[in-house]
Design a protein around this ligand. Structure first.
Ligand code: UD2
Length: 313
């Protein structure tokens, strides 16, 4: 029998690409999503596969999840379901606690109860906070500065505690700035590249907050899906926390240069004052995950952005 993997947040941006990766590699997948921020459209390809089952439910709903674990005897779980907006975590700390910490804890315990050996968890570079030395390394003391980052870090600690206590294989992946097709441009706090692409395609000017010299470690969702898939399916992994990044810093000004090639007639960018709390530079060291998964991010920024533009909308 082909093993079955659980993916929570399956209809989301990263989730749907991860589901596609697993199906492409011949695995069976049960996806769970409550469609709070995920979209069925993202799963258009997956839903035509006989190896995919979608369950519309909250990943923390024990009445739904326990029977799923019993029925499918999952070989591993990829937990991506989350409250994904940092500003929303400030407004709704209780919801943030439930979705970003309590559900991860529940899932880990259901994995242990039902012999699902591995849990791959979506953490975030946000756990580092603003004052960690660059590039961020996993050995650095994290200093979360939002309810969102605090919950992600607390979930990592719970999962790694279960790894030490009960032998769960817990792989916590700290995503840096993920971009690519299917990222929702709908809020001002959506990923900058989804917003810029959406605006350029409509012939509208983009707004750069600050001087445009701020840098990010942008990683393509294709590479992220590959890391997720490998972390979930490869024979052996080491429990721990791992950066998912490229190790390359790209400034917003450099971003605009690539867009200029793709949209030569676009109106010039407008500049506005920096956002409160904005980080100046974010950069990760990818070495630890590269060593474990034998995989380097393959998509150059220019190619990834071109692909995003061609697949957008
Ligand atoms: C990322 C995460 C955020 C949190 C944070 C922790 C995303 C989408 N956001 O925020 O959830 O984890 O890291 O550090 O991954 N910008 C513009 N114009 C726009 C939109 C954004 O200039 O229309 C700027 C923004 O001010 C920032 C940069 O672009 O300097 C990147 O913004 P972002 O929201 O994509 O990501 P980031 O790194 O601030």
């Amino acid at each position: 029998m082909t093993p079955v993997f659980l993916v929570t947040g399956a209809a989301g941006f990263i989730g749907s690409h991860s589901v596609d990766w697993l199906l492409r590699h011949g695995w069976r997948v049960v996806g769970v999503d409550n469609l709070r921020t995920g979209r069925l459209d993202n799963l258009a390809d997956a839903r035509s596969s006989p190896n995919f089952t979608l369950v519309i439910a909250d990943a923390g709903d024990e009445a739904v999840m326990r029977p799923l674990f019993q029925q499918h005897r999952f070989a591993g779980a990829l937990h991506l379901a989350a409250l994904v907006s940092v500003p929303e975590s400030f407004r709704e700390p209780g919801l943030n606690y439930r979705l970003n910490l309590a559900t991860a804890d529940s899932l880990a315990r259901w994995c242990l109860d039902h012999d699902c050996k591995r849990l791959v968890f979506a953490s975030s570079a946000a756990v580092y906070g603003t004052s960690a030395p660059l590039p961020n390394r996993e050995s650095t003391l994290p200093q979360p500065q939002s309810p969102y980052a605090a919950a992600k870090l607390a979930a990592e600690i719970m999962l790694l505690g279960y790894a030490a206590s009960y032998g769960l294989e817990a792989v916590c992946l700290r995503y840096f700035n993920v971009y690519g097709p299917r990222q929702d441009p709908g809020s001002p706090y959506s990923g900058v590249l989804s917003i810029f692409t959406n605006r350029f395609q409509r012939g509208l000017p983009v707004t750069v907050y600050g001087d445009g010299e701020q840098t990010r470690d942008f990683i393509s969702v294709r590479d992220v899906a590959e890391c997720n898939g490998r972390a979930l399916t490869r024979q052996s992994v080491q429990s721990g926390r791992y950066n998912v990044c490229t190790g390359q810093a790209v400034s917003l000004k450099q971003v605009l240069v690539v867009y200029r090639d793709l949209f030569p007639n676009a109106p010039p960018a407008q500049f506005a004052s920096s956002r409160i709390g904005d980080i100046r530079h974010s950069l990760g060291d990818p070495a630890l995950l590269q060593g474990m998964l034998r995989y380097n991010a393959q998509t150059s920024f220019a190619r990834g952005l071109r692909e995003l533009v061609l697949n957008h909308g």
